[in-house]
Design a protein around this ligand. Sequence first.
Ligand code: R5P
Length: 312
Amino acid sequence: MSESLPTRAPAPALRAPLVVALPGDEAAADEIARLLGTARSPMETRRFPDGERYLRLPAEVDGRDAVIVGSPRPPDEGTLTLCFLADLLRDLGAPRVIAAMPYLPYMRQDIRFHPGEAVTSVSYARLLSRAIDGLVTVDPHLHRHRSLDEIYRVPSTVVPAAPAVARWIARHVPRPLIVGPDEESAQWAADVAGRLDAPVLVCTKLRSGDRDVRVSLPDPAAWRDRTPVIVDDILSSGRTLAVAVRALREAGLPGAWCVAVHGVFADDAGPLLAKEGAARVATCNTLPGTAADIDVRPDLALAVRAMLSHTT
Ligand code: R5P
């Protein structure tokens, strides 16, 4: 008697994607590749004498999905490289190109504040939506856009940093008082405080220029026995956190800890925070840097894996 043949072939296992790094993000890509059960594919890149970029991927793409890992830096130059790389991967036969961008730039100009201004969050989303098939990122600056779906035309996943941030604060700071430096930070501050069962205060911010901000603080008298931890999504010029550190000090609280999801560290942000008396500055590792102590890569890798497992 002949053996009956299986009526249905077993579902093919998900093939490991091809993981490549934006220049400068090799360490993050190595880690994401490892968490996805593969290794980063090397890329050859250099500049031509006139400054234009050369790219070469020696790996066999061979119908594998591709994941580009990296936060474009500087944003304009890094984004052009990302677009070239996505185009190259498609050209070599990748059916889908997913961008795992821990820090998504160009989210803060989300409205025309003054006549004639470019709403670059929308323009950037249009540009990127033409280049990639999916986006995974960590806490983008969603304020006037309530979700990435409002502006991106490709599927996107937002990885929340609050669980990792709260775990880190619980390990390092006794009796924290969570402080949001402005109304826009209230969503992150409240989420982190809730996970820690800690009190939360939210300041009011008045910004009169890129580097000119003032904050006013609700009365912290009831919390003088606590350690203030200022939580914000982005540390750019450091002005927002610096004025909040000063306001807390002037209100009689001890030196504040500063925790940001994305540590851009523009200008003299680090020295400025030290000068104002910040006890410690820590950020998630969405951008490289010496303060990037809070690990969100496992959560990012899980989200990439989930996106890859969706067939289109
Ligand atoms: C703004 O709304 C953001 O949430 C941050 O507060 C801001 O980007 C921080 O910028 P800076 O460090 O330049 O004050």
